[in-house]
Write a protein that binds this ligand. Structure first.
Ligand code: OAD
Length: 251
């Protein structure tokens, strides 16, 4: 069903649910000022993922790829979580278990205080050496020159998943388990077309969860939803948490 308002069915599910899962994508951070990948102003309209977001591109031109990630880090550092991120955090006050499975690398769920986060595509604030795999959270670097590992001299890369790379298997398996157990799965700000991440809401649905999409517009996975709420996540999620708060205070 598609509507722009919270309906009776959702209210009833919110009343009986114990475990909530949020599957989030770039759209949840759009209102913080971080560009999405697809759509009108999406990053992939202007830049080709195959030139910047894959390992061969990095080996071919590490400085360029590093510079691009430094630019994206700067944007992330200058932004803050928005009302959508904070509403998700507040669900923790009212439910037994709240898990956030995110495709975002921007760390904004963590900065909003969310406890259980499964980052399927890594985290832009971390780095590691491509040769010895040592982690480097803070590296001193000239923005336009890729840094080298102080232990082995290898190239240092951002700890994000690039096209053609495996997702962190342990994190994906844990996210899968959480999806199997949730009562409601909110699918927020994602086109839901990048796999295997996009299996997560489908796994939730196959295991009986009520699936609710929150997006500006219809997506390729809208027909799989039990409910689609169209609008900004920074507006819809606060409305939902307000209902939850009222409901829980009454009981
Ligand atoms: P996309 O850029 O594909 O999709 C963003 C979605 O957010 C779109 O469906 C928009 O309609 C929606 N949206 C935009 N602003 C919104 C708002 N304020 N409120 C609600 N929805 C809004 O981003 P993802 O689905 O996250 O992967 O992309 C998935 C993956 O593709 C990314 O993790 C990245 C990318 O290539 C890798 O880099 C591996």
């Amino acid at each position: 069903m598609q509507t722009s308002s919270i309906n009776i069915e959702l209210i009833s599910k919110l009343k009986s649910a114990n475990k909530i899962l949020f599957f989030t994508g770039a759209g949840i951070s759009a209102e913080s000022g971080i560009p999405t990948f697809r759509g009108k102003d999406g990053i992939w309209n202007k830049l080709k993922p195959e030139e910047l977001a894959n390992f061969n591109a990095f080996l071919k031109n590490p400085d360029l790829v590093w510079e691009w990630y430094q630019y994206r880090r700067k944007i992330v550092n200058e932004t803050n979580p928005n009302k959508g991120h904070y509403a998700i955090k507040e669900f923790e006050n009212y439910y037994k278990e709240v898990n956030v499975v995110t495709q975002n690398v921007d760390n904004l769920h963590r900065r909003a205080g969310t406890k259980n986060i499964f980052e399927l595509h890594g985290n832009i604030e971390r780095n590691y050496c491509v040769d010895c795999y040592k982690n480097f959270d803070n590296v001193e670097s000239d923005n336009s020159k890729v840094p080298h590992c102080k232990y082995c001299g290898g190239l240092i890369r951002p700890d994000v998943v690039w096209f053609g790379e495996m997702l962190p298997q342990e994190i994906f398996s844990e996210a899968e388990q959480k999806a199997k157990m949730c009562d409601i799965c909110f699918v927020v700000g994602t086109t839901g077309i990048v796999y295997p991440a996009a299996y997560i809401p489908m796994i939730a649905k196959e295991n009986g969860a009520f699936l609710v999409e929150i997006n500006l517009n219809e997506t390729e996975i809208s027909d799989k939803m039990d409910l689609s709420l169209f609008g900004k996540s920074g507006e819809i999620l606060p409305l939902i948490i307000t209902k939850v708060r009222e409901m829980k205070l009454k009981n």
